[in-house]
Design a protein around this ligand. Structure first.
Ligand code: BG6
Length: 288
């Protein structure tokens, strides 16, 4: 399989498929602009590091890398539902996409960026996921409804950002947006100030925003998050107690990560008529 993937899809010296120490297959990008990697398991982007910068994405040292289990960190794909399944308590949290093995359908170099297309099908939804590794990381998911009837889905590009320390980080761009607090089950009005992590935080901001910035004073950098086709943003940090309960996450990792997830979830779920498509994407870039 590895040999065949490399024959068909390796690109010069910039993209190769390798076996991760767990045995999973990983696409490794080593280009003029960045290092990056993704797993076929979950269509999961695990690493993105523009040269000369600290890694942009957090990946837990305790993550499992096992078929059937999600990877902790990077960008898990939540689809076609977000959180627990509405009707089936035994269904896996955050849907089926993050534990499904995706196919590679195309790779190329475009303007010195490495571009990869991964595809899969889930419950009569056809998914095409385009990854573009350059100075920025661009992720774009196209979902088409192949069923004979209308269907709806939730989607989150569940992005784990690496940060120097929560004490030195804040998130701007959502100051004017009301949010559903998953911890209390209540909708809260806009706070009018940047978000900081000082306790467990689990919120769904309910609006379309053009740009969110994650300021990291410790590393003197700002990550710009530019969503498109997204009507909600999930902001999450598990903090101490939840971190201890998560088997695949270190007890002391929570100060060094924060999730800002480009999403369409809850009331912002997407409805598709038969044959209809929709696209959700995000561009992540670093400014020093
Ligand atoms: C977030 C959710 O997106 O993902 C949280 O809002 C959840 O409620 C978190 O705890 C992690 O989920 P999981 O299934 O990867 O442990």
């Amino acid at each position: 399989m590895l040999e065949e993937l490399n024959e068909r899809f390796a690109v010069d010296h910039q993209l190769r498929f390798e076996e991760h120490e767990s045995g999973l297959i990983q696409g490794c990008v080593r280009s003029k602009k960045c290092n990056g990697s993704f797993f076929l398991l979950g269509g999961h982007v695990a690493e993105f590091q523009p040269h000369g910068q600290a890694p942009l994405l957090f990946l837990s040292t305790q993550s499992r890398f096992e078929v059937g289990k999600p990877i902790r960190g990077g960008v898990p794909l939540c689809f076609p539902w977000f959180g627990p399944h509405e009707a089936d308590p035994d269904a896996p949290a955050h849907g089926l996409a993050r534990t499904q093995v995706w196919d590679v359908s195309a790779t190329e170099v475009r303007d010195e960026d490495v571009v990869v297309t991964l595809t899969t099908e889930i419950q009569s939804f056809e998914l095409e996921y385009n990854l573009r590794f350059g100075e920025s990381l661009d992720l774009e998911m196209r979902v088409g409804n192949r069923a004979a009837q209308s269907q709806s889905y939730e989607l989150a590009l569940h992005t784990y950002f690496q940060i120097s320390d929560v004490a030195d980080a804040s998130i701007s761009g959502l100051e004017d947006v009301s949010f559903f607090d998953k911890l209390t089950g209540e909708t809260q009005p806009a706070e009018g100030r940047p978000i900081v992590f000082r306790e467990e935080t689990d919120r769904i901001y309910q609006a379309t925003v053009e740009q969110i910035s994650l300021q990291d004073r410790g590393w003197e950098r700002t990550v710009l998050i530019r969503p498109r086709g997204s009507q909600s943003t999930v902001v999450w940090n598990p903090w101490t107690d939840k971190a201890r309960k998560m088997a695949d996450f270190g007890d002391r990792e929570y100060p060094h990560m924060g999730c800002v997830e480009t999403a369409n979830v809850g009331p912002q779920r997407v409805h598709l008529a038969p044959g209809e498509q929709s696209t959700t994407g995000v561009t992540l870039s670093l400014v020093r």
